[in-house]
Write a protein that binds this ligand. Sequence first.
Ligand SMILES: [Fe+2]
Length: 137
Amino acid sequence: MDILLNYKRHNNCMALSESVRRVVSDAQRGEITEHFIYKKLSSAVKEPSNKSVLKRISDDELRHYNTWKKYTQEDVNPDKLKLWKYLLISRVLGLTFGIKLMEAGEKKAQLNYDELSKSNLKLESCRKMSSSMSASS
Ligand SMILES: [Fe+2]
């Protein structure tokens, strides 16, 4: 196979893996931000059953964060602006409103995951290509 063509494919694969890393890192930031939002809401709420639900969601978000961390191998800071925005909204306009607004944001994040799984398929073909190249050399 032509060396230049191989080089171009290799560069495309590198750019793709970088874009996947960025998507995963953004998802990781989203999870840690939500972890802190639910944690703060949980400590602010008095009613015991709401408190425990919020605490459970906060723990779930931390688990999601750690799942992404396995891939990025690095810690990511929460989005402080988003954190304070949702805490303020929940305080001023009520907990239910704040949480519904946040859930709407999560649906938007879902689109990123779809994008990611498409990229993953392309990465898989990159991996196959590079392993067949090293097998033939
Ligand atoms: Fe999550």
